[in-house]
Write a protein that binds this ligand. Structure first.
Ligand code: NAG
Ligand code: NAG
Length: 497
């Protein structure tokens, strides 16, 4: 069956076009001015044209050609490709439902900042709240009952949600580089999102996100699909290309399950593969995220999803309280969040694993970094299984041996010392009954708190990824371990010497 051409009549496209044309004369005028200046510049620099000069000229000529030939693309002034992406240039499209709004809005409040732009797309209206001013604006998605949906397991709201990209684009906001999708149960670390997206040229076609943790999910759906709840980003020109064909595309895949696989199907038709960024987390898991978060990949943490499925990330508090606590290190040094470093307490033969802003774990005995960087399976996969074949990456079992259980210290507070230019994070031992271990070696249970020092480095990710080093420092404080975390020194290797 062919798609219904009526669907396309609903597009507010002509309106968008008209908006562009009103700005056209101004654009044309400035282009002429620019070209004249360039002609002079070109003549002057021609005699000693180095490669650099030529590049500038070609770049601007390309810009002019686009203006002259194709109808005006972006109504806003074209940013120079070198200027860094800011939070303002990212527009969020958050999928939400009226039914869960009163609960889920509390997650959005935790990461949303007034300078951000975006829309919460709902299926129907909700009561106005006293907290509306600290939340993104709300809109009701257009009716999608005309579209075909025949997946027996899924829900047809997938159609509404998959169209959020196009609906957000059609709001015609200016100076947009990226559209970022997420769910109402997705927690974003906005500064890290900016760090990740700034690496890519927003003038090109990019589809950025990550796959599922659960191997079976990726088999059922695709390893090449960006999982929607983990959040994914679509560059402005790609969103435009998608919007032109999305409604026809959706009609070709009525049997698909969700909204993100529909995006994936359309991306496949556009020929744009997924650019995987390991900081987006779908978290298709149940249970405790401890294993995953304390062995985070060496990449900025961008998102945490399925907040209602996993346990609160800090013990003895509710989910919102736990994420409020996580905001402490995020506000101090977001780039370093969850970055794992491994070091050894030589005299006591312990292995120490730090996940910055979250946990410190002390193990009896010496484990290699190779082992420690593997997440411990403190969680189940999406099909409630815990075996090692369930995941799309290597994991290690949670040890049952009483002597090999790690002592876990959760972040309790953190602050920044301006004079020293470093953060100090305090971690306290998680009170679990540690049955007697008969090994004749130092017992970490004596350590009640751990202090972690680190120089904040907002430019951490401007360099190629490298794990930080940590060092156990000598201290006279009773029951306390002091650790310094930072860039590895020359010839510093994570080994027991
Ligand atoms: C994925 O595969 C599993 C195992 O075969 C099955 O139980 C599950 O229903 C599938 N899920 C979807 C959404 O297709
Ligand atoms: C603190 O240290 C970091 C890392 O060395 C450096 O990038 C930053 O500029 C310093 N900040 C201040 C205020 O000195």
């Amino acid at each position: 069956m062919k798609n219904n051409p009526k669907v396309e009549d609903n597009f507010p496209w002509d309106q968008t076009m008209r908006n562009h044309f009103t700005t056209f004369p101004k654009f044309l005028l400035s282009s002429i001015l620019l070209i004249s200046i360039l002609c002079i510049f070109y003549t002057v620099s021609f005699s000693n044209s180095s490669n650099k000069d030529l590049n500038i000229i070609t770049a601007v000529h390309d810009g002019r050609e686009e203006v002259a030939v194709a109808p005006p693309p972006v109504p806003s002034p074209k940013p120079s490709p070198s200027s860094k992406t800011t939070l303002h240039q990212i527009v969020f499209g958050i999928a939400a439902s009226a039914r869960l709004w009163d609960h889920r809005k509390n997650y959005i409040k935790l990461w949303w900042k007034p300078q951000m732009r975006g829309v919460v797309w709902l299926d129907k209206g909700v009561k106005t709240g006293t907290d509306d001013h600290i939340l993104p604006q709300k809109m009701i998605s257009v009716d999608t009952s005309k579209f075909k949906y025949n997946n027996p397991k899924g829900h047809r709201s997938a159609i509404r949600i998959t169209r959020i990209v196009s609906e957000t684009l059609r709001l015609d906001l200016d100076d947009v580089r990226w559209f970022v999708m997420g769910d109402d149960d997705t927690f974003f670390v906005p500064d890290n999102l900016v760090r990740v997206l700034s690496k890519y040229d927003h003038n090109q076609f990019y589809y950025i996100g990550s796959s599922s943790e659960s191997h079976l999910q990726n088999i059922n759906f695709s390893y090449g699909m960006a999982y929607g709840g983990g959040g994914f980003a679509i560059s402005y020109p790609l969103a435009k290309a998608l919007a032109k064909m999305q409604d026809r595309c959706i009609q070709r895949y009525p049997g698909l399950y969700g909204s993100d696989d529909r995006i994936h199907a359309c991306m496949a038709e556009l020929g744009v593969p997924l650019t995987k960024e390991p900081g987006f987390h779908q978290y298709d898991v149940f249970g405790n995220l401890l294993g995953l978060l304390s062995a985070h990949p060496v990449a900025p943490l961008v998102s945490i999803h399925h907040l209602d499925k996993v346990e609160p990330i800090f013990p003895n508090m509710n989910r919102v309280q736990a994420l409020t606590r996580l905001n402490i290190p995020i506000n101090l040094d977001s780039a370093a969040l969850m970055q794992q470093s491994v070091c050894y307490d030589k005299t006591r033969s312990w292995t120490v694993s730090v996940s910055w802003g979250y946990t410190v774990q002390i193990y009896r005995g010496i484990f290699s970094v190779r082992e420690m960087e593997m997440p411990a399976r403190t969680f189940l996969n999406w099909y409630k299984r815990a075996d090692y074949t369930g995941f799309a990456f290597n994991t290690r079992p949670v040890t049952r041996h009483v002597c090999q259980k790690p002592f876990v210290y959760y972040l309790s507070k953190a602050s920044y010392n301006k004079v020293m230019n470093q953060t100090v994070s305090e971690h306290v031992q998680h009170q679990v009954s540690n049955p007697d271990c008969k090994w004749k070696m130092a017992d970490p249970s004596r350590i009640e708190r751990v202090e972690v020092y680190r120089k904040p480095d907002p430019n951490l990710w401007d360099k190629p990824p490298r794990r930080n080093c940590c060092r156990v420092l000598p201290t006279k404080k009773k029951g306390t371990m002091v650790i310094d975390v930072g860039v590895c020194g020359d010839d510093e290797v994570i080994e027991l010497r």
